[in-house]
Design a binder for this molecule. Structure first.
Ligand code: GTP
Ligand code: MG
Length: 240
């Protein structure tokens, strides 16, 4: 039996909200408006995943699939230093690939699974999981096909999480809620419909606070405690 590993986010408040950090064997999704911290959390996890277990890391390598071209290796350096790690060694343990179409994104996952069978990975990032689907299936009447392909991709991610005891961290965009009822206080909702809602075990809703402050709330998880965590985006990554 594989046992869950919890990987620190860099913020104690956020770790507490998550019950210790982001978990292996499942998918954690972060959604929120632009600059809400989704990609910065990904950068921090690239480093913290490599920490030893007793320092709340995962003692493993990281795979990063980037669909938006926003991964910044130079951002990894101060984050590694903050955790007292050698930046070059940390960078060497991040396998990075840029995806240009949803098919390319899917094929990259197949290649990564082969790699994960040989080397100890503990984190797979897909930032963003949905952007290419929204581009590649933007036509009228393409939604059903898009959702079908998205479901396939997500099921592949779930398999990777379970087979290799890896944490999967995906980011998602927000879209205007066409429902727009009078009791809806936040007109934004995550993209991807129930296909994504069903695949993501933990859904994190991020929003901007004052200055570098960001606020995270667990979205739609009746079995987890209500509450919010406030954290900061700094050059050393996510912290309290
Ligand atoms: P989108 O991908 O545009 O939807 O946004 P996001 O949620 O991925 O936001 P991201 O994580 O890229 O940005 C969060 C914040 O981090 C922004 O306010 C940036 O200004 C800030 N940020 C980015 N790089 C640095 C840095 O090197 N140092 C500090 N202190 N902040 C940074
Ligand atoms: Mg981003």
């Amino acid at each position: 039996r594989k046992s869950v590993v919890r990987i620190t986010t860099g913020s104690q408040a956020l770790d507490e909200l998550l019950g210790g950090g982001i978990e292996t064997l499942c998918i954690t999704e972060a959604f929120g408006e632009f600059r809400s911290g989704k990609t910065q959390l990904a950068h921090t996890l690239c480093v913290s995943t490599q920490l030893p277990i007793h320092m709340h890391g995962g003692n493993g390598k990281v795979a990063y699939i980037d669909t938006e071209g926003t991964f910044r290796p130079e951002r990894i350096v101060p984050i590694a230093e903050r955790f007292g790690m050698d930046a070059n060694a940390v960078l060497d343990n991040i396998i990075y690939a840029r995806a240009y179409t949803y098919e390319h994104q899917y094929n990259l996952l197949l290649g990564l699974a082969a790699k994960m069978a040989e080397e100890p990975f503990k984190l797979l990032i897909v930032d963003s999981v949905i952007a290419l689907f929204r581009v590649d299936f933007s036509g009228r009447g393409e939604l059903a096909e898009r959702q079908q392909k998205l479901a396939q991709m997500l099921s592949r991610l779930t398999k990777i999480a379970e087979e290799f005891n890896v944490a999967v961290y995906i980011t998602n965009q927000v879209i205007a809620d066409p429902g727009g009822g009078m009791f809806i206080t936040d007109p934004k909702k995550p993209a991807g419909g129930h296909v994504l809602a069903h695949a993501a075990t933990i859904r994190l809703m991020l929003r901007k606070g004052k200055g570098e402050q960001r606020v995270c709330k667990i979205f739609d998880a009746p079995n987890l405690p209500e509450g919010e965590a406030v954290f900061q985006v700094t050059s050393g990554g996510i912290m309290d």
